[in-house]
Design a protein. Structure first.
Length: 178
Protein backbone atom coordinates (compact mmCIF):
# COMPACT_ATOMS: atom_id res chain seq x y z
CA UNK A 1 0.00 0.00 0.00
CA UNK A 2 2.79 2.45 0.91
CA UNK A 3 4.60 1.55 -2.30
CA UNK A 4 1.50 2.42 -4.35
CA UNK A 5 1.13 5.75 -2.57
CA UNK A 6 4.79 6.62 -3.21
CA UNK A 7 4.42 5.66 -6.86
CA UNK A 8 1.28 7.77 -7.16
CA UNK A 9 2.97 10.77 -5.53
CA UNK A 10 6.03 10.43 -7.76
CA UNK A 11 3.87 10.28 -10.90
CA UNK A 12 1.88 13.28 -9.66
CA UNK A 13 5.16 15.18 -9.19
CA UNK A 14 6.26 14.38 -12.76
CA UNK A 15 2.94 15.48 -14.22
CA UNK A 16 3.04 18.76 -12.27
CA UNK A 17 6.63 19.35 -13.34
CA UNK A 18 5.75 18.73 -16.99
CA UNK A 19 2.81 21.14 -16.79
CA UNK A 20 5.04 23.85 -15.30
CA UNK A 21 7.70 23.36 -18.00
CA UNK A 22 5.13 23.58 -20.80
CA UNK A 23 3.47 26.62 -19.22
CA UNK A 24 6.69 28.62 -19.01
CA UNK A 25 8.42 27.39 -22.17
CA UNK A 26 7.11 30.37 -24.15
CA UNK A 27 9.03 32.69 -21.84
CA UNK A 28 12.31 31.41 -23.26
CA UNK A 29 11.98 33.29 -26.54
CA UNK A 30 12.23 37.01 -27.29
CA UNK A 31 8.49 37.37 -26.97
CA UNK A 32 5.41 35.29 -26.38
CA UNK A 33 3.25 36.67 -29.14
CA UNK A 34 3.17 33.62 -31.38
CA UNK A 35 2.02 33.98 -34.95
CA UNK A 36 -1.53 34.84 -35.93
CA UNK A 37 -0.77 34.19 -39.61
CA UNK A 38 2.34 34.18 -41.82
CA UNK A 39 2.87 35.07 -45.47
CA UNK A 40 5.88 33.81 -47.43
CA UNK A 41 7.26 35.31 -50.64
CA UNK A 42 9.84 33.95 -53.09
CA UNK A 43 11.92 37.13 -52.82
CA UNK A 44 14.74 38.40 -50.62
CA UNK A 45 13.81 40.26 -47.46
CA UNK A 46 15.00 43.59 -48.88
CA UNK A 47 12.66 43.18 -51.89
CA UNK A 48 9.76 42.33 -49.59
CA UNK A 49 10.54 45.28 -47.35
CA UNK A 50 10.71 47.58 -50.39
CA UNK A 51 7.29 46.34 -51.55
CA UNK A 52 5.84 46.78 -48.05
CA UNK A 53 7.13 50.36 -47.89
CA UNK A 54 5.79 51.12 -51.38
CA UNK A 55 2.35 49.77 -50.54
CA UNK A 56 2.19 51.80 -47.33
CA UNK A 57 3.43 54.97 -49.08
CA UNK A 58 0.92 54.63 -51.93
CA UNK A 59 -2.13 53.81 -49.80
CA UNK A 60 -4.31 56.46 -48.21
CA UNK A 61 -5.64 54.07 -45.57
CA UNK A 62 -2.32 52.65 -44.28
CA UNK A 63 0.07 54.27 -41.82
CA UNK A 64 3.21 52.78 -40.36
CA UNK A 65 5.12 53.23 -37.14
CA UNK A 66 8.37 51.33 -36.60
CA UNK A 67 8.64 50.02 -33.06
CA UNK A 68 11.74 51.28 -31.21
CA UNK A 69 14.29 49.20 -29.29
CA UNK A 70 13.03 47.37 -26.18
CA UNK A 71 9.38 48.44 -26.36
CA UNK A 72 6.50 47.18 -24.28
CA UNK A 73 4.49 45.66 -27.10
CA UNK A 74 1.44 44.17 -25.44
CA UNK A 75 -0.25 43.71 -22.11
CA UNK A 76 -3.00 41.10 -22.22
CA UNK A 77 -4.65 39.82 -19.06
CA UNK A 78 -1.83 41.33 -17.01
CA UNK A 79 0.85 39.50 -19.02
CA UNK A 80 3.61 41.71 -20.38
CA UNK A 81 5.20 40.74 -23.68
CA UNK A 82 8.35 42.62 -24.60
CA UNK A 83 10.66 42.39 -27.55
CA UNK A 84 14.29 43.06 -26.68
CA UNK A 85 17.41 43.69 -28.72
CA UNK A 86 15.79 43.74 -32.16
CA UNK A 87 16.57 46.22 -34.88
CA UNK A 88 14.05 48.94 -35.49
CA UNK A 89 12.78 47.39 -38.72
CA UNK A 90 12.11 43.90 -37.36
CA UNK A 91 8.67 44.75 -35.94
CA UNK A 92 6.39 47.20 -37.68
CA UNK A 93 3.17 48.66 -36.35
CA UNK A 94 0.61 49.22 -39.08
CA UNK A 95 -2.69 51.05 -38.84
CA UNK A 96 -5.38 50.22 -41.39
CA UNK A 97 -8.40 52.50 -41.83
CA UNK A 98 -11.41 50.80 -43.38
CA UNK A 99 -15.07 51.83 -43.43
CA UNK A 100 -14.43 54.53 -40.81
CA UNK A 101 -12.79 52.02 -38.45
CA UNK A 102 -9.13 51.84 -37.49
CA UNK A 103 -7.36 48.49 -37.03
CA UNK A 104 -3.91 48.09 -35.50
CA UNK A 105 -1.45 45.36 -36.47
CA UNK A 106 2.10 44.54 -35.50
CA UNK A 107 3.91 42.40 -38.02
CA UNK A 108 7.43 41.09 -38.19
CA UNK A 109 9.84 40.05 -40.89
CA UNK A 110 11.15 36.55 -40.16
CA UNK A 111 14.81 35.69 -39.85
CA UNK A 112 17.74 37.80 -38.79
CA UNK A 113 19.85 40.32 -40.66
CA UNK A 114 22.56 37.76 -41.47
CA UNK A 115 20.03 35.55 -43.25
CA UNK A 116 18.27 38.39 -45.08
CA UNK A 117 21.15 38.95 -47.49
CA UNK A 118 21.41 35.35 -48.65
CA UNK A 119 17.90 33.87 -48.30
CA UNK A 120 15.86 33.82 -51.50
CA UNK A 121 12.56 33.66 -49.62
CA UNK A 122 11.18 35.93 -46.95
CA UNK A 123 8.15 36.13 -44.72
CA UNK A 124 6.13 38.49 -42.68
CA UNK A 125 3.80 37.39 -39.93
CA UNK A 126 1.14 39.06 -37.85
CA UNK A 127 2.30 39.13 -34.24
CA UNK A 128 -0.53 41.31 -32.86
CA UNK A 129 -3.87 42.47 -34.21
CA UNK A 130 -6.56 44.70 -32.70
CA UNK A 131 -9.91 45.75 -34.10
CA UNK A 132 -11.50 49.18 -33.95
CA UNK A 133 -12.62 48.54 -30.36
CA UNK A 134 -9.20 47.41 -29.16
CA UNK A 135 -10.22 43.74 -29.06
CA UNK A 136 -7.48 41.33 -29.99
CA UNK A 137 -3.92 40.72 -28.98
CA UNK A 138 -1.64 37.88 -29.92
CA UNK A 139 -1.84 34.17 -30.57
CA UNK A 140 0.62 33.22 -27.85
CA UNK A 141 -0.13 35.79 -25.17
CA UNK A 142 -3.89 35.89 -25.39
CA UNK A 143 -6.61 37.79 -27.14
CA UNK A 144 -6.51 35.80 -30.37
CA UNK A 145 -6.84 32.05 -30.46
CA UNK A 146 -9.12 29.07 -30.91
CA UNK A 147 -11.66 30.72 -28.60
CA UNK A 148 -12.00 33.87 -30.77
CA UNK A 149 -12.42 32.45 -34.30
CA UNK A 150 -14.67 35.24 -35.61
CA UNK A 151 -12.42 38.02 -34.34
CA UNK A 152 -9.34 36.30 -35.77
CA UNK A 153 -11.05 35.80 -39.14
CA UNK A 154 -12.18 39.45 -39.24
CA UNK A 155 -8.70 40.79 -38.40
CA UNK A 156 -6.98 38.53 -40.94
CA UNK A 157 -9.49 39.46 -43.65
CA UNK A 158 -8.86 43.20 -43.22
CA UNK A 159 -5.06 42.67 -43.16
CA UNK A 160 -5.10 40.56 -46.30
CA UNK A 161 -7.52 42.68 -48.34
CA UNK A 162 -5.96 46.02 -47.45
CA UNK A 163 -2.28 45.04 -47.21
CA UNK A 164 -1.21 41.55 -48.32
CA UNK A 165 -3.12 41.63 -51.62
CA UNK A 166 -1.42 44.95 -52.44
CA UNK A 167 2.01 43.47 -51.65
CA UNK A 168 1.20 40.58 -54.00
CA UNK A 169 0.34 43.10 -56.73
CA UNK A 170 3.49 45.12 -56.11
CA UNK A 171 5.77 42.06 -56.24
CA UNK A 172 3.75 40.46 -59.04
CA UNK A 173 3.73 37.17 -57.13
CA UNK A 174 1.15 35.48 -54.93
CA UNK A 175 2.16 34.92 -51.33
CA UNK A 176 2.24 31.43 -49.85
CA UNK A 177 0.70 30.88 -46.44
CA UNK A 178 3.17 29.37 -44.04
Amino acid sequence: MQKNIRLLLRNHFYVCFLVIIVKFSSCLSAGTHGCIKAYAYPVKKNELQHAVNAVISNSNNLTQDTIPQNPLVDVTNGKHDTIKGLSNDAYVELYISRDGKKYRYTFRYTGNKNDWNRDTTSEIFIAYAHDENGRGGSEGNGGIGWYTPFLKKKLIKVFEEEFIDKIDENLKVKHRES
